[in-house]
Design a protein around this ligand. Structure first.
Ligand code: ZN
Ligand code: ZN
Length: 256
């Protein structure tokens, strides 16, 4: 019974973490594929860092750089540059570099944030980035549910690592994009649609990352449910169009 309780708490923390990043940071802010209700928007901007341990502004800037320079030497996280195993350290290094760039108002970074009308989170500005981790650890101890909440939040590093590495290295392709993006079903199931990187890089403004019938984007299902509840609005005119007559199923691009 106790194990079940731990699993439930972990799952809730895990889903809350992914939904904040995938629906809030990614689909709403980075690509404006959905518009959040003003209250939810404020909640994500103010509380996102507490839920995920990641600053929304830095995440968005790093992600926009990833789209601009996908799988080139300037990509902040590409397995083409550092390999699948090097991703953990690479994304952490890049995140830190983006934070420093934004705090110094370096145009190389602020140019990706012109439409973002909120600063880098106060926790980061006051060098208190570790506080959310302590709070999650404290909640875990207080509820005596092992480390469910902490693991749920800490899972962002693994989620990001899986999307950023396998999503650009292992899987099929529907579109012959300039990058090495892939559609990885395992990652898509685990991280609510984020594994469909090839579809997403072809149509980044679409709130829906799935494309074919057997591709399931649970993050988009969450968006539809949240829209039904009045929490957000999906920009359907930007949804990806009908499939091309002939899909491209190329092997991994030769990056040597
Ligand atoms: Zn990508
Ligand atoms: Zn994106």
């Amino acid at each position: 019974m106790y194990i079940v309780l731990c699993a439930v708490v972990f799952t809730v923390a895990y889903l809350l973490n992914i939904l904040t990043v995938s629906v809030g940071y990614h689909r709403a802010f980075a690509h404006q594929a959905v518009t959040l209700h003003p209250l939810l928007r404020r909640l994500v901007i103010g509380g996102g860092n507490w839920v995920t341990g990641l600053d929304p502004k830095a995440w968005i800037v790093m992600h926009r750089m990833h789209h601009e320079y996908s799988d080139t030497p300037l990509d902040p996280h590409s397995p083409v540059n550092v390999g699948i195993l090097g991703m953990g350290l690479e994304q952490l290094r890049s995140y830190k570099r983006v934070i420093i760039g934004l705090l110094k108002k370096d145009p190389a970074y602020t140019r990706y944030a012109r439409d973002l009308d909120f600063p880098v989170n106060v926790l980061i500005r006051r060098k208190l980035w570790y506080l959310p981790y302590l709070v999650h650890a404290f909640v875990a101890l207080a509820l005596a549910v092992w480390v469910g909440p902490l693991l749920g939040m800490m899972s962002h590093a693994i989620q990001g690592g899986l999307v950023n590495s396998l999503g650009h290295a292992v899987g099929g392709r529907n579109f012959d994009t300039d990058d090495n993006s892939r559609n990885n079903h395992l990652v898509a199931w685990l991280i609510l649609g984020e594994g469909f990187q090839n579809n997403h890089h072809r149509y980044p403004a679409s709130a829906k990352f799935s494309f074919r019938r057997h591709e399931i984007d649970l993050g988009y299902c969450a968006c539809v449910s949240m829209e039904w509840l009045g929490w957000l609005e999906i920009h359907r005119n930007a949804l990806i169009p009908r499939p091309p007559a002939r899909a491209v199923w190329s092997l991994m691009r030769d990056t040597a």
